[in-house]
Design a binder for this molecule. Structure first.
Ligand SMILES: [Zn+2]
Ligand SMILES: [Zn+2]
Length: 509
């Protein structure tokens, strides 16, 4: 049964120069799928100690559709793509954000094996969605040796570019999409029939585990901006703003701090600090053109908020948000015990395809869900200048234990942002209100927390320390601010200390 209407026309009342007007907003859909982590060696028979590639596995039996201690067998991946087809078989496009291979030692891998796995998954998606535009990027596991993607052209990127050539050739790029991906792993291309431009980043070169860039001195332009990606994005975003495009910034590894790692108060992050700071600046400078951000890599379901450059902690102005999509692999992370496993998840985003042209129009307040009284006046005016692009987010999931017991993979709707978070649309301000409510209200936090592992973990497991960690990860992209937040240090104290230090410096002089 097709549960999701393909394209819905929504009538929006807007106020232009004080007079109400009616415009039609076309609501389209796209799938965001990620972190398939295909385990080629998965088997339900044979040596009970070697049923999947993860050598920690020891229970002696695994189910047909996967195991929480293993990466994904092909029947699970097939069921995920079949579920996409079932719930919305004609999306406007598919965003596929990488990590195709299993979490195993480099000893089992080679460039050929990685390309073979990417080929298998490409064929799987193309077989179910032969005419759908696909916007793919690579994950840190899609390189041999893993995480070590060098800057610039390389054999793996070149072979994958050829594999994806048909998809790239369908896209209307800002620059040639194939050549751009081939040489740098990044590209920008328009979503057909909309005002949205996808800016697909190669985040692997900012990863702290990537020695190819981590060891570059930060005194050189290469070290500060590998392959000139920040410079490229800065100039591209300026150009797209002039063209009145709305941007979805997408990639595999997100900035900020992981929300499920409690071993150290400073948390666990992925980008090198210098790239985390530059990414934040890029978003702050171009927040007016970046409509939304879609990232992955965590395998868990969460979101992140970016604020206008900080001036006053009590009046923070959220300017951009990033949605982190859950993975298809159920694999229990080795990072730490509390990181855990997850149920397989896929995500359908409902978005407004036509809002670019209405940016100058002012929304009637009844359409906008944001409690505008809660934000400052300037920001209220700015956020009302266009209809928020993303109107809802639906996550579908597989209860893996039940699927194995029943012998069939029946995917279901897990939750919608609209009903769970009571949102009419998704915006930085609206999500900030959700985050603040979750901080104050355990009931809403528990709904978020259950979704965090795609319905696997009981929210009661999350202590107040765990809950604070989620709040800090969501609201503090900056590493030192995250540390302060997670240690209960209020910024006003930091500011006070700064003032004391300045006075001392003046006295000493
Ligand atoms: Zn992954
Ligand atoms: Zn990853």
């Amino acid at each position: 049964m097709l549960l999701v209407a393909r394209t819905v026309a929504v009538v929006v009342v807007v106020v232009l120069a004080g007079h109400p007007h009616t415009v039609e907003a076309k609501i389209g859909t796209f799938w965001h799928v990620t972190d398939f982590h295909y385990d080629l060696n998965y088997t339900t028979s044979g040596d009970p100690k070697r049923m999947c590639w993860d050598t920690r596995f020891s229970s002696g039996s695994v189910g047909e559709f996967g195991d929480y201690d293993c990466d994904a067998p092909f029947p699970l991946l097939t069921s995920a793509v079949d579920a996409m087809k079932k719930f919305d078989g004609e999306p406007d496009f598919i965003l596929w954000t990488g990590d195709d291979t299993a979490h195993v030692s480099n000893d089992y891998f080679s460039t050929e094996v990685v390309v073979n796995i990417v080929t298998n998954l490409t064929n799987l998606i193309a077989s179910r969605f032969p005419n759908t535009p696909v916007f793919p990027v690579l994950g840190n596991h899609d390189y041999y040796p893993k995480n070590q993607m060098p800057v610039g052209p390389n054999r793996l990127q070149s072979e994958v570019a050829d594999l994806w050539r048909k998809w790239f050739q369908q896209l209307q790029g800002h620059g040639d999409v194939y050549n751009s991906f081939h040489s740098s792993g990044r590209y920008a291309a328009d979503v057909p029939g909309s005002n949205v431009t996808m800016v697909a980043l190669n985040t692997l070169i900012w990863y702290k585990s990537n020695n190819e860039t981590a060891l570059l001195p930060d005194t050189t332009s290469d070290g500060l901006d590998p392959d000139g990606q920040f410079t490229w994005a800065d100039s591209l975003l300026k150009d797209l703003a002039k063209k009145n495009r709305r941007v979805y910034l997408v990639g595999h590894i997100p900035p900020g701090t992981f929300e499920r790692y409690q071993q150290k108060r400073k948390g666990f992050h992925w980008y090198q600090p210098r790239y985390n700071d530059r990414f934040t600046q890029l978003v702050q400078q171009h927040a007016h053109v970046i409509e939304a951000q879609f990232f992955a890599h965590h395998h868990t379901d969460s979101f992140r908020l970016f604020f206008e450059e900080e001036k006053n902690q009590e009046q923070r102005i959220p300017v951009s948000y990033q949605l982190l999509s859950p993975g298809v692999t159920p694999w229990r992370s080795t990072l730490s015990e509390e990181t855990g496993a997850n149920n397989p998840g896929i995500r359908l985003v409902h978005y407004n395809t036509t809002t670019g042209k209405s940016r100058k129009l002012r929304l009637a307040s009844h359409f906008h869900d944001t409690p505008l009284s809660l934000v400052n006046q300037n920001h209220a005016i700015r956020t009302s200048l266009h209809v928020p692009q993303v109107v809802d987010v639906s996550t579908y999931y597989l209860n893996l234990s039940a699927a194995n017991l029943e012998g069939r993979a029946e995917w279901h709707l897990e939750y919608n942002f609209s009903s769970t978070y009571n949102l009419k649309s998704v915006s930085p301000v609206a999500l900030y209100e959700v985050a603040k409510t979750m901080k104050a209200n355990r009931t809403l936090f528990d709904l978020y927390y259950r979704a965090n592992t795609v319905g696997l973990e009981d929210p009661e497991k999350c202590t107040e320390k765990c809950r604070l960690l989620h709040w800090c990860a969501i609201t503090e992209i900056n590493y030192s601010r995250f540390y302060d937040c997670n240690n209960g240090v209020r910024l006003s104290w930091r500011a006070a200390l700064g003032v004391v230090a300045s006075v001392l410096v003046l006295v000493v002089r």
